[in-house]
Design a protein around this ligand. Structure first.
Ligand code: FAD
Length: 156
């Protein structure tokens, strides 16, 4: 099967956008990710999938914890910053919540302790045990077919 066809088909599945943040040796790291899902209510578990070549892959193992910052519709540039799509590292201000660095203007934040991890092909699925949740009244940033988008409510 053609890789491009596979990527295009998977990329047509619309998602929100998150930035995964963690801290190792007093240094804050962030990475844009849309492979995020809620897994279990009791216990509260979530999953993210990180490519084996991403630096965040080792950072999560070292820190043993991470935060998922769900981006709001006005945070397109934040997504670009943490996926290496902007030239130069812009100054990002982090707040601290449950002992983890988080993005201040996110729509929601989920903090986790690393619960388990599974190597799946060229990615690792990290399961997080939720330690805290913050939620604001904002619209989400969406990503589909390689483009950032906004939510539009359909008429009934
Ligand atoms: P780095 O290359 O070290 O960091 C990524 C970028 O973040 C760099 O530009 C760096 O300057 C910046 N950055 C890091 N820390 C800071 C800081 N403290 N202050 C300011 N800037 C900082 N990849 C996956 O594996 N899984 C996914 O689910 C996934 N989803 C994606 C969804 C979207 C919409 C996009 C655009 C990309 C996605 N990616 C995903 C790709 C991933 O974001 C990039 O490959 C990323 O560059 C890998 O980052 P890294 O961990 O190697 O870290």
């Amino acid at each position: 099967m053609d890789d491009r066809l596979f990527r295009n088909a998977m990329g047509s599945f619309a998602t929100g956008v998150t930035v995964i943040t963690t801290e190792v040796a007093e240094e804050v790291h962030g990475m844009t990710a849309n492979a995020f899902m809620s897994i279990s209510l009791n216990p509260k578990l979530v999953a993210i999938s990180i490519g084996e070549n991403a630096r965040m892959h080792q950072h999560i193992k070292d820190a043993n914890q991470f935060a998922i910052n769900i981006l709001s519709s006005d945070q397109q540039n934040v997504s670009k910053q943490f996926s290496g799509q902007l030239n130069g590292e812009s100054e990002i201000t982090f707040a601290t919540y449950k002992g983890l660095p988080i993005l201040e203007d996110a729509l929601a934040v989920v903090t986790c302790k690393l619960y388990s991890e599974y190597v799946v092909g060229d990615h690792t699925v990290f399961i997080g045990h939720v330690t805290g949740v913050k939620l604001e009244q904002k619209d989400p940033l969406l990503f589909s077919q390689g483009k950032y988008r906004e939510l539009k409510e359909l008429e009934e």
